[in-house]
Design a protein. Structure first.
Length: 446
């Protein structure tokens, strides 16, 4: 959201000085500098699948840069970019009531209906299901966005597995039956999932194969005369390890465990290859959305450990290396949500004694506003040095550049001479500009 650029002075909050003696009083000033708006964030195609809820969903989405999301369970909300997954057994009256209350919602009707263990519907059964759902939604809200059938893959299925019908043939049958019995498809977009499922060759990573599947879907849609955008409603990596072993667990259930190392290098390459291809081809192939699986990596019901991509660790509003990659692709594509800098959000500064004459200082960005930390600039200290990262004894007049997307960082202020006050001026630069402050304390603060 763009705002009017303006500047004002105000007194900075100095939470880091909670350990100062009454005789010592310091204050810092900051200037409110607004960030420039980013382009077209509201139309961003970048989405994520959430399998484990972070402590703060809006903050998590802003950190990774995702504008769209859904979870398997719960209801959608167009105001937050959340789509709703509609599966067999849904209460149509309740669904209609939700659509009426929040018009313009996005509904992913079906989840891999061609796959046993997922929705596992015949083409005709899915057609009947879609017709009933579409009738309920469009009667309640004519603007509802209906996406289906969200089939798995297209011409490929899997190797060394039980198998499932190829989505291509399944879709031919579904379309024929639907048109014969209900008329034109009610879909706003065609939904598809892609995963490499060649269990004879691990890890299950094949970006060119996933890209070929999507290109084949577009060719088929064109051949049918369907003027529909394509939504990649789920993609990612099922198993990033080089091997697998099936082990009976203490509960008596056999589950998969890693049989080799996790190939982070190949996973990172997959993310770059897929993001590069999607951003380059989204206009030509009319790929309007893509949802990466997953925001937080969680084990499947048949595994003991997560096997694929996680953009954030569980129980922490920080980015993994894969999350940083994802955010970088959002940024370079021009879809990073604008930071909320008006009014200027505070930078969190706290300090606690760490022993050995040191204070541990934690700097926290206003992540819920989409703000991230960029650098720390240490000024001329009084009886203090700083330990930051791998650098110790930094005597001030030094700038430390932080990794892109940093939401929180820590450093230590250390006294040079014991029994005396020590202060270190530091200017925190975040998305919204500079925030000068001081950290340190009196003789008893350390």
């Amino acid at each position: 959201m763009a705002g009017t650029r303006r500047t004002r002075d105000s007194i900075a909050a100095l939470a880091a000085l909670t350990f100062l003696l009454p005789a010592l009083s310091v204050a810092g000033l900051h200037r409110d500098v607004l960030a420039s708006p980013t382009s077209q964030a509201a139309n961003s195609p970048f989405g994520v699948v959430i399998t484990a809820m972070p402590s703060d969903v809006p903050t998590a989405l802003r950190l990774v840069g995702a504008a769209r999301w859904y979870a398997y369970g719960g209801v959608g909300d167009p105001s937050t970019g959340r789509a709703e997954v509609v599966r067999p057994g849904v209460n149509l009256s309740d669904l209609a009531a939700r659509a009426r209350a929040k018009p313009g919602g996005e509904y992913l009707v079906g989840n891999e209906p061609n796959v046993p263990g997922q929705d596992d519907l015949t083409p005709t059964a899915y057609a009947d299901f879609l017709a009933s759902v579409a009738s309920a939604l469009r009667t309640a809200d004519p603007t509802s966005i209906i996406v289906g059938p969200n089939v798995l893959n297209w011409d490929t299925t899997c190797t060394s597995c039980a198998g499932f019908p190829a989505a291509h043939g399944w879709s031919d049958q579904f379309v024929t039956y639907y048109q014969q019995h209900y008329g034109a498809l009610p879909l706003s977009a065609w939904g598809a999932h892609v995963y490499n499922l060649d269990w004879d060759h691990m890890p299950l990573i094949n970006a060119p194969g996933d890209q070929a599947e999507l290109a084949a879907v577009r060719t088929w849609l064109s051949s049918k005369g369907f003027n529909l955008p394509l939504w990649l409603t789920e993609f990612g990596i099922i198993w990033g390890y080089t091997g697998i072993q099936w082990v009976t667990q203490p509960d008596g259930v056999v589950r998969a465990e890693p049989g080799g190392p996790f190939r982070s290098d190949l996973v990172a390459a997959y993310i770059d290859q897929m993001m590069g291809w999607l951003t380059s081809n989204r206009v030509a192939l009319r790929i309007d959305r893509w949802y990466l699986y997953a925001l937080i990596a969680t084990p499947e019901n048949y595994t003991t450990v997560p096997g694929g991509i996680g953009l954030m660790p569980q129980n922490s509003l920080t980015l993994t290396s894969f999350g940083q990659q994802y955010r970088d692709w959002v940024a370079r594509s021009g879809f990073l949500p604008a930071a909320g800098c008006s009014p200027r959000p505070a930078v969190g500064v706290s300090a606690t004694p760490a022993g050995a004459g040191r204070l541990q200082v934690t700097i926290t960005a206003a992540s819920s506003n989409g703000v991230t930390l960029q650098s720390l600039s240490f000024g001329s200290p009084t009886n203090a040095v700083v330990d930051v990262g791998t650098s110790t004894g930094v005597a001030g007049n030094t700038t430390i550049t932080l990794p892109s997307g940093t939401g929180q960082t820590t450093f230590f202020v250390r006294r040079v001479t014991t029994g005396q006050a020590a202060t270190m001026p530091v200017t925190v630069t975040d998305t919204c500009g500079d925030w000068p402050t001081f950290v340190g304390g009196g003789p008893g603060a350390f």
